[in-house]
Design a protein around this ligand. Structure first.
Ligand code: ADE
Length: 361
């Protein structure tokens, strides 16, 4: 099975250290960061911070599934990377006291990859497919009857002797995750009973995530320190958890091991992460649009080539937060820097700057 790796980091199906019910689809070594993520991953909905609307919907679905003694509906989670789609899927499996098998679309290259996984499932178990918008057509078509009727349609023989065989499958639940819900085919999207967008986290929620992580990792941090890191974490728990570790290193070397407001600030300044959570790539991208393209609009591919970055990384990793904070805008002709973006970087807004039809100034 092909293993693909990117910043979402969940392509390797793995054994969660604190969740003995999770299974390996592949016996590969778990990377340090992966193990770190698993150790701090919440196990229950109670422990899971944020996404309150989604959590209350899920609580009802979980309870209804338990009362009916029936598998929970297929679910699709979408939203930018790092907001906890995999974590949530593991929490759901844990709440349902069932197993979860974790894989990602790029790892499901051949029909036998998905068929093998589907046939290894048992009633009520969960199959998690990350980056589900990247499934190939053949795999997707195998999934349709599997999701809808719990059957595999297999063909045997050749030409005139070809026969179709319906192989029954266990009643499983598919949880799909994607950063691009719009890239999912209509027929696949229609087969999910629960579709939910994960939201960026508030500073208060991220402070709670940071304090919880610090407690698990025995890191000494006060409320103001947690809030300072939260404010620079781009609304994303994965980033918050990474930054609290970096701040802990900084505190150990440069302070007395304790993270307070000033230590957190110094640690993040040292990483070139500013008060809005932007790093040097974000700023470089906005500067490029302002200085070389008069603020835009400029196409994504042009930006990617100029920065030497992959356009998918820009679109999926960098852009969502810049758009959400209103520092850049997406137009049919490309990306442009907003007046807020100009102000943030200390540039003067050009006199003829307009948004759509209206002049702003
Ligand atoms: N760690 C990462 N995401 C989390 C969340 N939503 N709640 C608690 N801990 C987390």
């Amino acid at each position: 099975m092909a293993i693909f790796s990117d910043n979402e980091n969940i392509q390797k199906p793995l054994k969660l250290e604190r969740d003995k019910k999770s299974e390996n689809l592949e016996s590969k070594e778990i990377g340090y960061d992966r193990a770190f993520e698993n150790n701090i991953r919440p196990q229950t909905l109670e422990e899971y911070i944020g996404q309150s609307a989604l959590k209350s919907t899920l609580k009802i679905s979980i309870e209804a599934s338990q009362k009916r003694n029936k598998q929970i509906d297929h679910m699709l989670f979408y939203g930018p990377p790092g907001l906890g789609k995999t974590t949530l899927a593991s929490v759901i499996a844990n709440e349902l006291k069932t197993k979860i098998k974790i894989t990602s679309a790029p790892a499901l290259e051949r029909p036998r990859d998905i068929i093998g996984i589907l046939m290894s499932l048992k009633n009520g178990e969960i199959l998690f497919i990350d980056e589900i918008h990247r499934l190939n057509k053949v795999t997707e078509e195998i999934l349709y009857p599997a999701m809808e009727d719990f059957f595999l349609d297999m063909t045997t023989g050749k030409a005139q002797t070809v026969k179709t065989l319906r192989v029954p499958l266990p009643r499983f639940t598919l949880i799909g995750a994607t950063t691009k819900a719009g890239a999912l085919s209509g027929p696949l999207r229609d087969r999910f009973g629960i579709i939910h967008r994960l939201q960026f986290y508030t500073i208060d929620e991220l402070s709670q995530v940071i304090s919880r992580t610090a407690k698990i990792l025995d890191i000494d941090i006060d409320d103001e320190g947690a809030k300072t890191i939260a404010g620079r974490s781009r609304g994303t728990p994965r980033i918050a958890n990474r930054l609290v570790k970096r701040a802990a290193d900084y505190a150990l070397v440069k302070a007395n091991g304790q993270i307070n407001k000033q230590v957190a600030k110094d640690a993040l300044d040292n990483l070139h992460i500013d008060e809005s959570g932007l790093d040097s790539t974000d700023r470089e991208m906005m500067k490029l649009i302002i200085e070389k393209y008069d603020g835009g609009p400029v196409g994504l591919e042009t930006i990617a080539a100029a920065l030497g970055e992959d356009s998918r990384t820009i679109e999926d990793v960098y852009e969502p937060y810049l758009l959400q904070e209103g520092f850049i805008q997406r137009t049919p002709r490309g990306r442009r820097v907003s007046p807020e973006g100009y102000r943030l970087l200390g540039y003067k807004i050009p006199s003829g700057y307009t948004t759509g039809q209206q002049s702003l100034f």
